[in-house]
Write a protein that binds this ligand. Structure first.
Ligand SMILES: Cc1cc2nc3c(=O)[nH]c(=O)nc-3n(C[C@H](O)[C@H](O)[C@H](O)COP(=O)(O)OP(=O)(O)OC[C@H]3O[C@@H](n4cnc5c(N)ncnc54)[C@H](O)[C@@H]3O)c2cc1C
Length: 381
C-alpha cells in the first residue's frame, strides 16, 4: 500500500501549517474562543488562498481534490484552531460536498463557483429536539402549496446557521420514516426563517443555533437535486456519511496532535524536583501512549480515507475511524491537562480548550455509541 503523501498533499499540509502558525497563531485561536466569534477573518484569508475549491470539480472552478486532501487540511487546522476547520466545513462540506454530490446541474452551476470564491456560506439542518441519533424521525414538515413548498418546524444544534446564506434543510414530505424526507436549499433571508444562537462548551465561534421555520416558502427549484428528488433526502445524506466521518476523524486527530505537542513541550520545560517533568517515567509513559494511540488512530483514518477514494466499501472503516479517533483524542486531551498540572486547569493555557473542543467529536456526526452500532451491524450482529 502507498503510504507517502503526494507532492500536492505535502504542499497542502505545509501551506496550511504555515498559515496556522503565522496568520492565525495560538493567540488568534484563543481570541476567537474567548469572544465566541465566528472566525470569519481567518476564513476570508483561506478563501483568498484558494482553498475553498479544494474539493470541487475543475469544471465548476475548483481543484478536483479528494476527501483525503481535505482530511490533511482539517487535521492541520485543528492542531491550532479547531473552530476554523469547522468554519471551512460550512463551505466545503455543507456547500461543496452536498451540492456537488446531490445537486442537479443547474444547482451545481449556480452555487459551486460562488462557494469556491467564498461568496456563500451553507449550513446543514437535520437534527431536531426530538430527533438526534434517531435522525429519521424528524417532524419538520414541508407541504406543497400553490406550486411551492412551505416549511414549518424547528432544528437544533445547527453549526453556522446564523452566518449562513443557505441552510440545507431536511423536512418531512411523506409518512414513510426513511422514504419521506426531502432536502431543501433554504435561503436564510426567507420570511419566517430565524435562528437563536446556543452557547457551547467548546468549538466556541462555530455559531451553533436553534433554527425556526414559520411558514418558510421554498420554490420547487430549491428541492436539492430538483423536484424529481422529493423523498430522497435520506439516501442523499447516506451518500455523504463516509466523508463526514472522515473529516471529523481528521478534526479529532488534529486536536489530539495539538494537545499532545502542547503537553510534550511543557514536559520538556517544566522542572520539578530538579529535572524536567518529562524525565519522570510516569509522565514519559503518558506521552508515549498519547503518541502511539494517535499514530494508530491516524493510520486507521487515512486507511479508511484511502478505501473511500478507491471506491471500496468503507462503511465499517469510516465508522471505526470516527469513533476511535474521537475517543483517542478525548483521552489525549485529558492527559494533556494532567501533564500541565494546575496550569492545565486554568483558562490561561490552551490545554483546557483542546479538552472542551474535543468532547463534541464523540457526540456529533453520529455519536461513538451509534458508530459502534453500525460496526456491529457490519460484523453481522
Ligand atoms: C456542537 C454541535 C454541533 C452540531 N452541528 C450539527 C449540524 O450542523 N447539523 C445537524 O443536523 N446536527 C448537528 N449536531 C447534532 C448532532 O449530530 C447530535 O447532537 C447527535 O446526532 C446526537 O443527537 P442528540 O444530541 O439528540 O443525542 P441523543 O440521540 O439523545 O443521544 C444521547 C445519548 O444516547 C446515546 N444513544 C442514542 N441512541 C442510542 C442507541 N440506539 N444505542 C446506543 N446509544 C444511543 C447517544 O450515543 C448519546 O450518548 C450538532 C451537535 C453539537 C453538539
Amino acid at each position: 500500500m502507498e503510504y507517502s503523501l503526494s507532492e500536492e498533499q505535502i504542499s497542502i499540509k505545509d501551506t496550511i501549517q504555515r498559515f496556522m502558525e503565522k496568520e492565525v497563531t495560538r493567540e488568534g485561536a484563543r481570541e476567537i474562543d474567548e469572544k465566541d466569534e465566528f472566525p470569519m477573518k481567518y476564513l476570508k484569508k483561506l478563501i483568498d488562498l484558494g482553498f475553498m475549491g479544494l474539493n470541487v470539480a475543475e469544471e465548476y472552478g475548483g481543484q478536483g481534490g479528494t476527501v483525503v486532501d481535505n482530511m490533511i487540511m482539517q487535521e492541520e487546522m485543528s492542531k491550532i484552531c479547531p473552530v476554523l476547520a469547522w468554519a471551512t466545513g460550512n463551505i466545503m462540506l455543507y456547500g461543496n460536498s452536498i451540492i456537488g454530490t446531490n445537486g442537479n446541474e443547474v444547482q451545481k452551476k449556480k452555487y459551486l463557483p460562488k462557494l469556491v470564491k467564498g461568496e456563500l456560506i451553507f449550513a446543514y439542518a437535520l437534527t431536531e429536539p426530538n430527533a438526534g441519533s434517531d435522525a429519521a424521525s424528524i417532524r419538520t414538515k414541508a407541504e406543497l402549496k400553490d406550486g411551492r413548498y412551505v416549511i414549518n418546524g424547528s432544528k437544533i444544534f445547527i453549526t453556522g446557521a446564523g452566518v449562513a446564506d443557505y441552510v440545507i434543510t431536511n423536512a418531512r414530505t411523506a409518512e414513510s420514516k426513511f422514504g419521506g424526507i426531502t432536502d431543501f436549499i433554504v435561503d436564510a433571508k426567507s420570511p419566517g426563517f430565524s435562528v437563536r444562537p446556543i452557547k457551547d462548551l467548546g468549538y466556541r465561534g462555530s455559531n451553533t443555533c436553534e433554527v425556526y421555520y414559520d411558514d418558510v416558502e421554498v420554490p420547487l427549484e430549491n428541492v436539492l437535486g430538483g423536484p424529481e428528488c422529493v423523498n430522497q433526502g435520506w439516501d442523499m445524506m447516506m451518500r455523504l456519511l463516509n466523508e463526514e466521518r472522515l473529516l471529523l476523524s481528521a478534526c479529532a486527530l488534529g486536536i489530539g496532535q495539538g494537545a499532545f505537542e502542547y503537553a510534550l513541550n511543557y514536559a520538556k520545560e517544566r522542572e520539578q524536583f530538579g529535572r524536567p517533568i518529562g524525565r519522570f517515567q510516569a509522565i514519559q509513559h503518558m506521552l508515549v501512549e498519547m503518541a502511539t494511540e494517535l499514530e494508530a488512530a491516524r493510520q486507521l483514518a487515512y486507511y479508511a480515507g484511502w478505501r473511500t477514494i478507491q471506491g471500496l466499501d468503507a462503511v465499517k472503516e469510516t465508522s471505526m475511524s470516527k469513533y476511535f479517533c474521537a475517543e483517542v483524542a478525548k483521552k489525549v486531551a485529558l492527559q494533556a491537562v494532567q501533564i500541565l498540572g494546575g496550569y492545565g486547569y486554568t483558562m490561561e493555557y490552551d490545554a483546557q480548550r483542546y479538552l472542551r473542543d474535543v468532547l463534541v467529536l464523540s457526540i456529533g456526526g453520529g455519536a461513538t455509541q451509534i458508530q459502534k452500532n453500525i460496526i456491529g451491524k457490519q460484523l453481522g450482529l
